[in-house]
Design a protein around this ligand. Sequence first.
Ligand code: CTP
Ligand code: MG
Length: 273
Amino acid sequence: MLCTVVHAMAIPTSPKERNLNATAAVAAAVVPAAGRGERLGPGAPKALRELGGVPLLVHAVRALARSRAVGLVVVAAPPEGVAEVVALLDSHGLDGKDIRVVAGGATRQESVRLGLAAIPAGVEIVLVHDAARPLVPVDVVDAVVAAVRAGAEAVVPAVPLADTVKRVVPQAAGRPEPVVETPDRATLRAVQTPQGFRRAVLCEVHEKALAEETLAEAEGGLPPVTDDAGLVERFGGQVVVVPGHEEAFKVTRPLDLVLAEAVLARRRASDGF
Ligand code: CTP
Ligand code: MG
């Protein structure tokens, strides 16, 4: 169902819906943007917070739209902010791309599912990109699409870790946590977005996850999956990694916003970005 239905409520951001050149090679991107941004502190929903005077969401959509491979962007907006997001994207003139807005859900997974349902038939490659990653370079977007075009069913951009990572037994806040193991850092990657998928694969794992959630609700639910590739893994699919970029980091805490402002200022100074 998820794979075939065109969501009747998807709102194009301009009055005249642009034609999507829906060949199999053109990718559609879903941008989950419905989170509160609790770790960033009090204020507007994170996607609407500003970076260099422009909302994070607008940066993220622009970053995707910059790729010639992307023909359509579907934004999953905070449910109470759909009209505001439509107006916002319209006012920032993202010419030449078909941009649509749907109401997001209570979890990231649900927001992605709702966005997926708004992608028209004929599109075979889907990207999922966090609104909270405003500065992803276009080369990363292109590399992910290229890997899907080359035959991978699920692709994630990722970078090596700087810190050593330990698995612990979580304790109440403030209590020391026993270490269980130290995985070999050379085999670990920090995963970013956009993640890219064969559309049918992503639809299938979201449908399966929804069915499982319903079954598991009585038993306290399933462990949360924090990215879409995680769903592919859960159901036995093969995910591959391509090089990400340090500037594709996620704005999660206040310090991330400080870093993002610095990166943007450097780009603006160096190339009038
Ligand atoms: N997201 C979403 N719908 C939700 C929750 C999250 O679309 N119900 C989106 C966020 O808007 C963000 C992305 O998923 O672009 C990554 O999530 P995260 O960084 O965790 O953002 P928030 O959930 O907003 O932040 P926090 O967890 O600190 O509240
Ligand atoms: Mg969150």
